[in-house]
Design a protein around this ligand. Sequence first.
Ligand code: NAD
Ligand code: MG
Length: 399
Amino acid sequence: MRNVTILGSTGSIGVSTLDVVARHPDRFRVFALSAATRVEELAQQCRQFQPRFAVMPDAGCAERLRLRLKELAVNCEVLSGVDQLCTVAAHSEADMVMAAIVGAAGLPSSIAAAEAGKTVMLANKEALVMAGRLFMEAVHKNGATLLPIDSEHNAIFQSLPANFGDGLNKAGVRKIILTASGGPFRTRPLAELTSVTPEQACAHPNWVMGRKISVDSATMMNKGLEVIEARWLFDATPEQIEVVIHPQSIVHSMVQYLDGSVIAQLGNPDMRTPIAYALGYPERIDAGVSMLDLAKSGKLEFEAMDVDRFPCVRLAYEVLRRGGTAPAILNAANEIAVEAFLGGELAFLDVSRVIEEVLAAVPVTEAQELADVLRADMQARVAARERVALLRLQGQAAE
Ligand code: NAD
Ligand code: MG
């Protein structure tokens, strides 16, 4: 019986994780759950899964949860604050931690789980983007097991030999090929992208996800973040990582070997597959997904990526080559720009513009410790908010 902690349990990945866990009561016990604001949803999850701890970073939310659990007669200790979240992520009785908080907010608890030597199932790609080197050091120093949840990285993990940690060259790997659906705007004329709405951006053709990652998929910053994620997970150089458009999202990613072989992982687009892979690892367990039937799924298409249409992918490669705190700056600027777009304050095409301007304005330093990363993150947020406000004023003046 393995004790599982789920950080971000009310989100898209969190709910899918609980769905898989519920199919295997003989294997998994929910040890702790955590969410930001959805008190009632978390209360219902606690009622169903009876965890020992429930954590809400905000004290007010935590108090409401306490009262609600009392009403429901659920016996579960409610904690609050980021420190408590980290304590629970590192708790000695938890075996596995699903890190599924969205954005930079997930970094402290993801690192805490790695430092405690847990099996970390990492969905929170932003943690690796911001602090890849420090995160991987925490994993290696403390004997943690890192299992990627992002479907592409999970596919690559499945397509690599077990000894890939000794180096990709030694393992005979030539390239990692990340597939990208191209999002909802792959074929839309560029001129129309000026006026797209958050609802249109969040309507992904193949996946149902949280709003932040949905917008990231529409700008293709999601693929940019995934390039950086792959760099750290597999110790790959930027030249060893390639992106190819595959609109059907059936081939989740591929590894090309020196002898010309390409090994891929395929499946229907359902995050419960990579989640079940990680939960059961190294065994295979039922995920509750519908089985892929290639004869019925029709054509699988592949095409080159259009960098002019999606400048965010170019920016991601640039920060990767620059190193230091540059990826943290890109990530923070993106979070602010996406939030502004979702709030109706920023036009879709200005998301990449804000990020590019922030990258030009905020100084890049070495990322030797977490404080360096957090400082860059904060500076980039301030700079991004200024840019958003400026663009808004210019937009109002033009009207
Ligand atoms: P979501 O918005 O649906 O859920 C986010 C979860 O994080 C919620 O439970 C929320 O309560 C919690 N949260 C948000 N802000 C928080 C804060 N400040 N402190 C603590 N908790 C907080 O997001 P999602 O789509 O489930 O994505 C989660 C992560 O997984 C992201 O990093 C995303 O990039 C990654 N991911 C998601 C998918 C997907 O299919 N949804 C696929 C690959 C990777
Ligand atoms: Mg992905």
